[in-house]
Design a protein around this ligand. Structure first.
Ligand SMILES: O=C(CO)[C@H](O)[C@H](O)COP(=O)(O)O
Ligand SMILES: [Co+2]
Length: 219
């Protein structure tokens, strides 16, 4: 089990302090949401956030959740910035492009992830499964932090686990959106391994306490 806090809802003017506190509480990977104002109706961070992050926290993993339909410019930019894992959206590009960018990540020794929106059939994973290091199932519609976990997500997680097992691929399933103490348990029981948590960690008062609580719940 791995908790990957999303810095989207951390204090953007005091990110280093928030990241340091979460790291001290045991976090080894952060989820960095990249929103382009086009594929999703919001804006967030650019490649410099990732290069600054890796300079300040070289041994902590930077996981890039790329919510953009401009992979041609942005995937190379985030690889160059030092991303450890890049997750591209199935819905954001043609299947040919999905294949191309997964191959690019593999060639550049960056872990490759594919993200599915809540209404995308998980069966599309069959086409790309051999190239993936991780699957990210959205448990909200992408664009904003602080939304409610979609109730039928555990069903999709189970289906995805069955599909991966059938394909002989033992890779982590990550969930993103509305993860808290209760929904993390539902996702875990359904077969999830990696838990993105934004508001739960950064908007509930004490970061250390929130990391400890979620770690305990998922133990
Ligand atoms: O990808 C995302 C939104 O598109 C974020 O990672 C996600 O919403 C995390 O925030 P929270 O835990 O507050 O739901
Ligand atoms: Co995300």
């Amino acid at each position: 089990m791995l908790i990957a806090p999303s810095i989207l809802n951390a204090n953007n003017l005091d990110l280093k302090k928030d990241i340091k506190e979460a790291t001290a509480a045991g976090i080894t990977r952060f989820h960095i949401d990249i929103m382009d104002g086009h594929f999703v109706p919001n804006l967030s961070f650019g490649p410099q956030m990732v290069s600054d992050f890796k300079r300040e926290f070289p041994t902590t993993e930077a996981e890039i959740h790329l919510m953009s339909d401009k992979p041609d410019v942005l995937v190379p930019a985030f690889v160059k910035a030092g991303a450890d894992l890049v997750e591209i959206h199935y819905e954001a590009m043609s299947e040919e492009k999905v294949n191309h960018w997964l191959d690019y990540l593999i060639a550049n020794n960056v872990k490759a992830g594919l993200v599915l929106n809540p209404d995308t059939p998980v069966s599309v994973l069959n086409k790309f499964v051999s190239k993936l290091d991780q699957v990210l199932l959205m448990t909200v519609y992408p664009g904003f932090g602080g939304q409610k976990f979609i109730a039928d997500s555990p069903k999709r997680i189970k289906k995805t686990r069955q599909l991966l097992t059938k394909a002989g691929k033992d890779i982590p399933i990550e969930v993103d959106g509305g993860v808290n103490g209760q929904t993390a348990m539902l996702a875990k029981d359904a077969g999830a391994d990696v838990f993105v948590a934004g508001s739960y960690i950064f908007k509930n008062g004490n970061i250390t306490e929130q990391v400890k609580k979620l770690t305990e719940i998922l133990r």
